[in-house]
Design a protein around this ligand. Structure first.
Ligand SMILES: *Cc1c(COP(=O)(O)O)cnc(C)c1O
Length: 403
């Protein structure tokens, strides 16, 4: 495994790119091409046989996309990375790579809605079963393992309740039983958490979120700690499934990624100010943020995350009606799903991102009707707090007229 001595702040700007090989172009060029010409028939033969390295066809590799992949591998302390057309394409590709009919997967409870949907398809069509567990203790993980188990799939922090999974503990159990560990690291970005350092085999991102950071691309990335296995994945599932990233999207991601450290620091600083503000609000019941002193999992947060990041969930008094009235009163903060953009976004998981989850399951995950998820953006914190404050004042008036 190659571990660069440069800081992440430098890697996001330089890793994987040598401008002297691209006419001195300071910005990474966009190779918007589907195919590549060979100088001779024999060169084409050698490219196909693998005897000579080089480009063949953009589904099998593209120079712009490759620079992004190398940069991401370095940022996650992995040995290789692959770019996909969406976060879900990365999720489905790694699960297809790791499983065969009849296998079993262990997942953290409260995984991303479409990942949950994909597990349902795999179960129905290929009898690949799964167990959703809280992953709170070593014993619970041990108990869920069956002779058919092949991998453990983890999300931490879990969307939208911000519950954490102890990565070191899960990876230790997995190693003991020879199971692969896959971590969806979308919520923290590679700047705040690197699961491979704790023993994970694969890390994936919906690059749509913090990695791009500008809300204008759908994309996914998968990083692995074994270079040979990543190469195999590239030439099998990725090539034949075809869920690749377009060169233009890779180019936008390379551009967005340069400011990831700066953005994550600002997202976190804004989130911390909003956390303090929310704590003083009478209409707020519970607040969920990993780096909150009051969080019972604060020790786990500190042991595996550099900072708390930009996502805060909280509940307002008065249930669904209050939650919806509150977000309708906001003006600067937009009502939208997705996260990690420059704009601050708020959504109501019970009726939006998690509306497809049966109510009993949803409540068991802690997603009540009064829960809201805030993706804190990059605006001035005071302006965001003013917007929240106007909405709380409006909500208090509504409560008092109803009382
Ligand atoms: C958005 C998201 C995904 C899916 O990514 P897409 O880019 O929308 O396909 C997967 N996991 C998490 C945690 C996400 O937030």
């Amino acid at each position: 495994m190659k571990k660069s001595t440069l800081h992440k702040d430098t890697l996001v700007i330089h890793e994987g790119y040598d401008d002297t090989k691209h006419h001195g172009s300071l910005a990474v060029p966009l190779y918007q091409t589907s195919t590549y010409s060979f100088e001779t028939a024999v060169q084409g033969e050698k490219r196909f046989s693998g005897e000579e390295a080089g480009n063949i066809y953009s589904r099998l590799g593209n120079p712009t996309v490759r620079i992004l992949e190398e940069r991401m591998a370095a940022l996650e302390n992995g040995a290789g990375a692959l770019a996909f057309g969406s976060g879900m394409a990365a999720v489905s590709s790694i699960l297809v790579h790791l499983t065969k009919a009849g296998d079993h997967i262990i997942c953290s409870r409260g995984i991303y809605g479409c990942t949950f949907g994909l597990l349902g398809i795999m179960q129905e069509k290929y009898n690949i079963t799964h167990s959703l567990i809280s992953m709170k203790t070593e014993e619970e993980v041990e108990k869920a393992i069956t002779p058919e188990t092949v991998c453990i799939y983890v999300e931490t922090p879990i969307n939208p309740t911000m519950e954490l999974v102890d990565l070191e503990m899960v990876c230790k159990v997995a190693r003991k039983h020879g199971l692969a560990v896959v971590v969806d690291n979308t919520f923290t970005s590679p700047y705040l958490q690197n699961p491979i350092d704790y023993g994970a085999d694969f890390v994936l991102h919906s690059a749509t979120k913090y990695i791009n950071g500008h809300g204008d691309v759908i994309a996914g990335l998968l990083i692995g700690k074994d270079a040979d296995e990543m190469q195999k994945l590239k030439m099998t599932v990725q090539k034949d499934y075809g869920a690749i990233m377009s060169p233009f999207d890779a180019w936008l991601l390379i551009r967005g990624l340069k400011t990831l450290p700066v953005r994550m620091e600002r997202h976190t600083a804004n989130a911390e100010k909003i956390l303090d503000y929310l704590k003083g609000q009478q209409l707020v019941e519970d607040i969920y943020y990993p780096f909150d002193q009051g969080n019972p999992q604060f020790e786990i947060a500190k042991s595996q995350m550099k900072a708390g990041g930009g996502l805060i969930s909280f509940t307002v008094k008065g249930g669904k009606e209050s939650a919806q009235a509150f977000i309708d009163s906001l003006s600067l903060i937009k009502i939208a799903v997705s996260l990690g953009d420059a704009e601050t976004l708020i959504q109501h998981p019970a009726t939006m991102t998690h509306s497809g989850v049966p109510e009993a399951d949803r409540l068991q995950m802690g997603i009540t009707d009064s829960l809201l998820r805030l993706s804190v953006g990059l605006e001035h914190a005071d302006d965001l707090i003013d917007d929240l404050d106007s909405a709380f004042i409006a909500l208090a008036q509504k409560h008092s007229t109803h009382a």
